[in-house]
Design a protein. Structure first.
Ligand SMILES: [Zn+2]
Length: 388
């Protein structure tokens, strides 16, 4: 159990909620239902630091979380998400004058966003991601992806003018050391863009299905600023993005490391964290009761979206494949696979035309229009959409 805040070193830590036996890797795909159900599990002891409002899992065991090529969390099948990435790439490249520059993306996945940044200003775009499955980069490529971690052992061919890292930081167990190392690898005044899920939004909603074992960390605006300030960064600005679900941090690398002595105001956020803990227990009970009543009436229920939220929804409720047999997703890489923990099979949306669900539970209101249109197209407009 971690007793010290990994961002500000404070020992003033409050427990928010304790959840036992959570699948350690929600986004791993299984071809075998038995193996899916018996996959590794760990506990979430969600806590908040009273000093900097950093939220983390103090029971996190990094040894349970080993990413390999079976890890599938790409959202790039969705038009809503792709549209957001396109707008973000063009916004960043215009405002930060990214033309003919060297750009680095840490944790670039299969390079979709990296190539958007490359095209936005004819930049040299270099990505790093151990889960990258494409070809080795060639010397004259304008987009190159390496399967090593950043900073690489080999010297960088060009110092970056812009360094970005999206949806990585929340997985990092030692964030202070990570940000120090990454920013130290860039020259001073290098532009930075970091994006993480927005913990302020999660508490506000309350978005209890956003809890995930892979996410050691949940950043509030205050904690995120604190982290980069401690690493000596300057001109730090944090904005809410993607329907407020993400936080985007922009900053410049600084010359000196500061000892941070800011006094963040966290009283309000600590209060909403306590409410979140209470809401978790209530919401899980309500949904479990409601789903049980639907199933006992013989209604057919399907979850739309075999992403992290859908997987956690079923696991937190303890609804396994014997009660709710299927989940659907538009990502073809997931079809025919089984959910970790709860064991549902992922079916393509087209199969709903024969399954004919009465209720479609969606996990993210941001995708409601897209899903509604898909249901209309398949003549399933009678199915009732519920937002979890
Ligand atoms: Zn702290």
């Amino acid at each position: 159990m971690l007793k010290v805040c990994p961002v500000c070193r404070s020992k003033e830590i409050d427990e928010i909620v304790y959840i036992s036996a959570v699948p350690a890797l929600a986004n791993v795909l299984w071809s075998d239902q038995e193996r899916a159900v018996s996959a590794k599990k760990g506990d979430i002891c969600l806590v908040i630091c009273r000093n900097c409002s950093f939220i983390f899992n103090s029971a996190y065991d990094p040894d349970l979380v080993d990413y390999d090529c079976c890890y599938e969390n790409s959202l790039h099948c969705s038009n809503t998400f792709n549209g957001y990435c396109e707008r973000l790439a063009s916004d960043l490249s215009q405002r930060l004058h990214l033309k003919d520059k060297t750009i680095i993306e840490i944790g670039c996945g299969q390079g979709q966003f990296l190539s958007m940044l490359q095209h936005a200003g004819d930049n040299l775009a270099i990505g790093f991601d151990p889960s990258y499955r494409g070809a080795e980069p060639e010397e004259h490529d304008k987009t190159k992806i390496y399967t090593c971690i950043f900073p690489p052992k080999h010297p960088l061919e060009q110092e970056p003018d812009f360094l970005c890292c999206r949806h990585v930081l929340e997985h990092i167990f030692e964030p202070e050391a990570f940000v120090e190392e990454v920013t130290a690898a860039a020259k001073p005044r290098c532009k930075l863009y970091f994006e993480v899920p927005n913990a302020n939004y999660m508490l506000r909603l309350p978005g209890i299905w956003d809890l995930l074992y892979e996410h050691f960390a949940y950043y509030t605006t205050t904690a995120l600023k604190y982290l980069f300030l401690s690493a000596g960064c300057e001109n730090i600005q944090v904005t809410e993005r993607f329907y407020d679900q993400y936080l985007g941090l922009e900053a410049y690398t600084g010359k000196k490391r500061l000892s941070t002595n800011c006094q963040p105001q966290t009283h309000q956020i600590v209060t909403s964290a306590q409410k979140f803990g209470k809401a978790y227990k209530e919401k899980v009970q309500e949904w479990a009761k409601y789903l049980d009543s639907l199933v006992s009436k013989g209604e057919k229920v399907i979850i739309w979206g075999a992403g992290a939220k859908g997987i956690m929804f079923l696991n937190f409720l303890g609804m396994d494949y014997r009660t709710v047999p299927f989940i659907t997703d538009i990502n073809p890489a997931k079809h025919g696979c089984f959910l970790t923990g709860s064991g549902q099979m992922v079916i393509p949306p087209e199969e709903l035309t024969s399954y004919r669900p009465d209720k479609v539970i969606i996990m993210n209101p941001a995708y409601k229009n897209e899903i509604e249109a898909d249901l209309q197209r398949m003549d399933l407009h009678k199915a009732q959409i519920l937002i979890a």
